[in-house]
Each structure stands twice: as structure tokens, then as C-alpha cells.
Design a protein around this ligand. Structure first.
Ligand SMILES: [Zn+2]
Length: 291
């Protein structure tokens, strides 16, 4: 069942568990994520960046694949189709393409007031159309050109100003970063998270860069108000590891294992297994009907 993400995240926040938001790259990726959600009876968010949508020839293809697979796989658990790190323009495209949820990332705007104005406009439009909306304050760090930046810390007052605009959930930097974490990473800043939550009431918060954060830190973040945990790299790494092992074992040279359905199956099975493990780690298994 395709839904927006507002209800499931409210329920997760009230129930002190986290909902995984997995990034998709193609039809097989989406199918693997849906399989994991149905098997664990968990609500799930499938999300897509502009880059991954470009690879798949557009946001409409991504949304149509999710919608059609939910239907043809008889998926019973709630599924939200969400835009990840959208620009102002991407948000309009995804509303038209049939997404059920959008993220406007105005954290890179030179002026905070631009983030406020765009978020305000998009909240109104998204809610008119029945979509949920995520906004962002304070950039999430990451690796660019081989240099890994320590994650930024969002200003609690700016978070409060964006929360007041009626967003359904909010991404805020608390030392988290995208991509693999460096050995000298300082960890999540829980004081900052508590300060942000104190100013944003019961608004569900989003933990970006969820791949590779130690489980105890994720669960502590959930106890302090995080309800959505973004996972991208972790599924890519498990797909890569299983595919590599299959080829290195020489099994790809046996029989008709050159058939892509056979060649890539170990990788997709690994995605299902990793996604199920994360859903259980976050406590969302069996919560498909919590709201
Ligand atoms: Zn992110």
C-alpha cells in the first residue's frame, strides 16, 4: 500500500523505533527493499536522489516502478515513495511524477531565508496534494574529492524556525556524514540532538548517513527523537560484496550463470538480508500496522 510518510513516522516517534529509508537505484533494488519490508511486516520508505532518478531516466520511471511493484508483488505493508535531497525544482517534478513524499534540501542556500521561503511554499503545495515533506537545516558532511569533512551541527533555533512551517519531518546535522565513516569520526553529537529536539517538540527527526553508524548510537538517536534513518551505502556495499564473491568463486563461469538474473541474484539476495537486519535493528519489524 502506497502512503505518504507522515503517519508512519509519527507512530515510530511515539513508539520509540526507527523507520528505514532505503535509497533505490533500479527495479531490482526496489524489489529487494519491498521483499525485505513485506517479510518483516515493516513500514518502509523507498527514496531516490536526483542522480539515481537521472540514471533511471526520470522521476516518473522511479515512481511508476515502485507503484507497479507494490501492486504486482501484493505488498501489504505501508510504503512511502520519497525524494531524497531534492532541489526546489525537483520537488515540483516529483509531485507531478506521483511521489507520495518529498524532501526539499535548502541547507545549501546561501541565505537561510531562502530555505525558509522555499520550504514554506513547498509545505503548502505538498499538503494540498496529500504528500509529506522533509526539510533540512545544517548540511550533512561527506566525502568529496577524497577529503572527508566532519559532519556539521544544525543550529537549534534554525531548526525551530523550519519546524514551525509545518514540515512533517526534519533532517538536521548532528555530526553525521554521507558515505563510509572515517576511522577518526567523532560520533554523533547527542547534546546537539537533544537541544534540537527540545526546540522542535514532537517533530520526527531524520538521521542522514545512517550506513555504518554503530547500532548503539543509532538506537540512542532514536530514543532522543530520530524516527527516520537513511540507508544508502550499506545496501550498495552488501550488493558489491556478494557480487564480487560470486565472481571470485568462479561460479559465474558455470552453466548459464552469465544470465543477469543469475549473475546478479547473490547481490540482490544480500540486499534483502541486509535490509531485513536493519529493519529489525531499528525495531520496525511487525510495525506495519502501527498507525
Ligand atoms: Zn542525506
Amino acid at each position: 500500500m502506497l502512503v505518504n510518510a507522515a503517519g508512519m513516522l509519527k507512530a515510530a516517534k511515539a513508539g520509540h523505533y526507527g523507520i528505514a529509508a532505503f535509497n533505490t537505484n533500479d527495479l531490482e533494488w526496489t524489489r529487494s527493499i519491498l521483499t525485505a519490508a513485506e517479510e518483516t511486516q515493516a513500514p518502509v520508505i523507498i527514496q531516490c536522489t536526483a542522480g539515481a532518478a537521472k540514471w533511471q531516466k526520470g522521476f516518473k520511471v522511479v515512481a511508476d516502478v515502485v507503484r507497479d511493484l507494490v501492486d504486482s508483488m501484493n505488498i501489504t505493508v505501508p510504503v512511502a515513495m520519497h525524494l531524497d535531497h531534492g532541489s526546489y525544482e525537483d520537488c515540483f517534478k516529483c509531485i507531478d511524477a506521483g511521489f507520495t513524499s518529498i524532501m526539499y534540501d535548502g541547507s545549501h542556500e546561501a541565505d537561510f531565508n531562502v530555505n525558509v521561503e522555499h520550504t514554506k511554499e513547498l509545505v503548502k503545495l505538498a499538503h494540498q496534494k496529500g504528500l509529506s515533506i522533509e526539510a533540512e537545516v545544517g548540511g550533512i558532511g561527506g566525502t568529496e574529492d577524497g577529503v572527508t569533512a566532519q559532519g556539521e551541527l544544525a543550529d537549534p533555533d534554525e531548526c525551530a524556525a523550519i519546524a514551525e512551517l509545518g514540515v512533517d519531518f526534519l533532517a538536521c546535522g548532528i555530526g553525521n556524514i554521507h558515505g563510509p565513516y572515517p576511522a577518526n569520526w567523532a560520533g554523533l553529537n547527542f547534546d546537539q540532538l537533544a537541544a534540537i529536539q527540545a526546540k522542535t517538540g514532537d517533530l520526527p527527526l531524520v538521521l542522514h548517513g545512517g550506513s555504518g553508524i554503530p547500532k548503539e548510537q543509532v538506537l540512542k538517536a532514536v530514543s532522543l527523537g530520530v524516527a527516520k534513518i537513511n540507508i544508502n551505502t550499506e545496501l550498495q556495499l552488501s550488493f558489491h560484496k556478494a557480487t564480487r564473491a560470486f565472481i571470485e568463486s568462479g561460479k559465474d563461469l558455470e552453466g548459464k550463470n552469465y544470465d543477469p538474473r543469475k549473475l546478479l541474484k547473490p547481490g540482490f539476495d544480500a540486499i534483502v538480508e541486509t535490509a531485513e537486519g536493519l529493519i529489525k535493528d531499528f525495531g520496525a519489524d511487525g510495525k506495519g500496522w502501527d498507525f
